[in-house]
Ligand binder design. Structure first.
Ligand code: IZC
Ligand code: ZN
Length: 410
């Protein structure tokens, strides 16, 4: 064996290779005085220290808490510019959708993204990914959606492809051409939808630039009928499908994701009872984004109800320059505990195994078990409750990605 992590005060991990729902979301494996052995980029042993095999190199974890690497299953990583100039509008009471209707918001970021070169976008995203890694994220999903032309969408997606394998964080690419109606199609939504379905999606699939297709199903953006049409076409072309739904207004988005066969539904702040039941029945994973509720001053999604109804809950940052300009997944974890009232164990499952399942990676990451990738976080914390109780600073001590060790410190 290449590497042995010893003196783990507490090893905390969900188990298995499937999303955990209902009561099982809160059932995790806890081992005191544990060790993890790594062979190449995979876990070879995870269990009591006494039974661990020997290794060429030993890392003493100093009695700390160790968990799987965090999986951020919903980000808008690649974009030009920022939107700090909209802070004054926000403070004056202008809503997120009103800023968008006025040509700002997403459309502002579209302007900056179109103006940026591929090299500029790559350099910026690369810096953001190293920040993510330092905060414990070892795999991230990245959505396009700030180009809104075939060329500019491809440019964003090529950035993700270039960054996959050239920096440590593993990336999963999602095409979000249906993120907003671009200004030049304002009176002509059906033409834009046709462009997305008939030109962008086939090209993106042909070039292998995205695995999933997403749509922003919301008032004044894409309605549930349009969203269903877009996702139907995406499935035909071979994409996995997911959707932003019921974030601001309850318009039947959750129901739409269940009917469309989505792997996940994101946001769900205003999801209806019926929508939650439909999701449970069709095994749609709920990707909840509590930092966005915080940042937009919106209600928090009904996570406890979702768990009670048997929906697997994942939690992510929604990192983007508008409604969630933070890539530190530890803050949404705090909010999931304090606002959603998830237990520390449920939160851990939400940001590891269930998040991995929301992007189809449950067989290879999300738990500390033999055969899975050696994606590990060593925390400056003695137990699991501690990392949900402290907030506002980075509690990561060391990140291990595919068996490579990255010291962070605090
Ligand atoms: O840039 O505002 N909600 N899309 C849907 C976003 C937030 C990203 C943004
Ligand atoms: Zn989003």
């Amino acid at each position: 064996m290449d590497l042995l992590f010893t003196n783990i005060g507490l090893l905390a991990t969900p188990a298995g290779s499937a999303a955990r729902k209902g009561k099982a979301q809160g059932e995790i494996t806890l081992i005191e005085n544990a060790a993890i052995g790594v062979l190449g980029d995979k876990i070879f042993y995870a269990g009591p220290a006494g039974q661990a095999p020997s290794a060429a190199r030993v890392i003493d974890c100093g009695g700390r808490l160790v968990t799987p690497g965090l999986v951020d299953c919903h980000t808008h990583l690649v974009f030009g510019g920022w939107r700090e100039k909209e802070l004054s509008l926000k403070l004056a009471g202008v809503s997120y959708l009103d800023i968008l209707k006025g040509g700002g918001g997403i459309l502002n970021t579209v302007k900056y993204t179109r103006a940026a070169t591929e090299a500029e976008l790559t350099a910026k995203a690369s810096g953001l990914l190293s920040e993510m890694l330092r905060h414990g994220t070892t795999t991230a999903e990245c959505k396009s959606g700030y180009g809104l032309t075939l060329e500019d969408e491809r440019k964003q997606l090529r950035v993700v492809k270039a960054l996959q394998g050239t920096q440590p964080v593993d990336l999963v690419s999602t095409f979000l051409g249906a993120h907003a109606i671009p200004v030049d199609y304002a009176g002509n939504r059906s033409d834009y939808i046709r462009l997305v379905c008939e030109e962008m999606m086939p090209a993106v699939m042909k070039e292998g630039l995205a695995e999933y297709c997403d749509v922003f199903c919301e008032t004044a953006v894409f309605n549930p009928e349009e969203s269903a049409l877009i996702l139907e076409r995406a499935k035909e072309l071979g994409f996995g499908v997911k959707a932003h739904v019921d974030e601001i207004d309850p318009i039947g988005g959750a129901e739409m994701t269940a009917a469309a066969g989505c792997i996940s539904a994101e946001h769900l702040i205003r999801a209806s009872d019926r929508g939650i039941r439909d999701m449970a029945e069709k095994n749609v994973i709920a990707v909840l984004l509590p930092a966005t509720s915080f940042y937009l001053d919106k209600p928090f999604a009904r996570a406890r109800k979702m768990i009670a109804e048997g929906v697997a809950v994942a939690v992510a940052t929604d990192f983007n320059p508008g409604s969630s300009p933070s890539l530190n997944l530890q803050f949404p974890m705090n909010l999931a505990c304090l606002r959603y009232r998830l237990t520390p164990a449920e939160v851990l499952t939400a940001v590891t195994l269930n998040a991995a399942a929301a992007i189809g990676r449950q067989e290879s990451i999300g738990t500390l078990e033999p055969g899975k990738h050696a994606d590990i976080v060593i925390w400056d914390a003695p137990n699991l409750a501690y990392i949900l109780y402290r907030y506002g600073n980075n509690l990561v001590h060391t990140v291990v990605k595919n068996g490579k060790v990255f010291p962070v410190g605090i």
